[in-house]
Design a protein around this ligand. Structure first.
Ligand code: NAD
Length: 359
């Protein structure tokens, strides 16, 4: 085995994992010396937010139940006003990437630290990546201030995650792992975690879709999400994330389902430029052809296979290709606008290209 040179700086976060760990939140707040937590949830999870607030043993000051996808600047402003009014000294987010994302935007804006309780497989709780949408434009960046100080993973909170969200979110996590495997920043440790993340997410998603209240399957999926989030937090992403950012940010396509649908096509395109990384992904997927396995998984888990099913129109494809190639970024293969258009056309039609012959 040969080890290439690498530079790796791990992110400083504390992870508490396991069924029942929600009960550890008050002790975690105490450990940090945080006394005035503002709880963040989406409108649909208000009841869960109220229950959490009531269980904070006097360390909660209020609930903000307006988190929603794309972290709009107006929502951040309202949350900040609420945090100031209540004298909050931290946020406790309970939810997926949208809710954790609101906590991150507040941290960026006000410096309020965050304890994140992850209830999907998006992985945002392990990264210092923030995103804020203003006037329809989604800005993103990395900043150490937005990394949640504590991440709690309690599989019992995911037993009611609907099958379609479960499947799409798991594939969102798999996309982090795949792009981590061929990232320009990849190192032996991130690649180990990414490969293990794919394995755990696939088995966890299959088990959770078949038996949503199976705690072992949910634990496996959440463990995969932790690994996937760690991979996303540790190394830079490539074409797949860029393309999905454009499709979500500019065309308002659903985040996780877009990731799930686009991934097989990007893997097919990138495999000649990253044969070893894609072979590792295939090994984790227990299949000879990673792209085909990911494409088949969409059908098996009941996810859409055509971008048209997610609301994109054929007329949008050229603009999406323009935006996805407006700036250069690292990718295992050079990408032209024509390449991206081909990938988009395939994803639009729901057909996966055959593998290029080796050599
Ligand atoms: P989400 O947070 O929007 O959640 C999807 C829906 O599921 C919401 O309505 C939510 O209330 C509900 N939900 C969440 N957990 C549930 C549970 N356990 N049971 C029942 N319902 C539940 O979706 P997501 O895919 O987790 O996050 C997507 C967003 O996160 C996007 O905006 C994306 O850009 C961002 N994201 C950011 C990062 C990062 O590192 N910054 C990483 C991944 C995703």
């Amino acid at each position: 085995m040969k080890v290439a040179a690498f530079t790796f700086e791990t992110l400083p976060s504390r992870v508490v994992f396991g069924p029942g760990t929600l009960a550890r939140v008050p002790a975690e707040l105490e450990r940090r010396g945080w006394k005035h937590a503002l709880v963040l949830v989406t409108a649909g999870r208000r009841a869960e937010g109220e229950r959490l607030l009531g269980a904070l043993e006097g360390r909660g000051v209020g609930l903000f139940a307006e988190a929603r996808t794309h972290v709009r600047v107006e929502v951040v402003a309202r949350a900040r006003a609420e945090a100031v009014r209540l004298g909050a000294d931290c946020t406790v987010s309970l939810g997926g990437g949208s809710t954790v994302g609101l906590g991150k935007a507040l941290a960026l804006d006000t410096g309020l630290p965050q304890l994140a309780i992850a209830t999907t497989y998006a992985g945002s709780e392990m990264t210092s990546i923030w995103g804020i949408t203003e006037g329809g434009v989604k800005l993103t960046g990395r900043d150490p201030r937005v990394l949640p100080a504590v991440a709690i993973y309690d599989p019992l909170l995911t037993l009611d995650l609907p099958a379609r969200v479960t499947a799409a979110s798991a594939l969102n996590g798999i996309a982090h792992c795949v792009e981590a495997l061929y990232s320009v920043d990849a190192n032996p440790l991130t690649s180990l975690g990414a490969e293990e993340g794919i394995r755990a997410l696939v088995a966890g998603a299959r088990g959770s879709v078949a038996a949503p209240r199976d705690v072992d399957a949910r634990s496996l999926a959440l463990y995969g999400a932790y690994l996937a989030g760690s991979a996303l937090g540790a190394v830079g992403m490539a074409l797949h994330h860029k393309l999905c950012h454009v499709l979500g940010g500019t065309f308002d396509l659903p985040h996780a389902e877009t990731h799930a649908l686009v991934l097989p096509h990007v893997v097919r395109f990138d495999e000649p430029g990253a044969p070893e990384a894609i072979a590792r992904a295939a090994r984790a997927l227990e299949a000879p052809d990673a792209a085909a396995a990911l494409f088949d998984l969409l059908g098996e888990l009941g996810l859409p296979r055509r971008l048209s099913d997610l609301g994109l129109s054929a007329a949008d494809l050229p603009r999406a290709a323009d935006l996805a190639t407006a700036k250069t970024y690292p990718n295992p293969r050079p990408v032209t606008r024509a390449d991206v258009l081909t990938i988009l056309e395939d994803a639009f039609a729901g057909r996966l290209r055959a593998r290029l012959p080796a050599g």
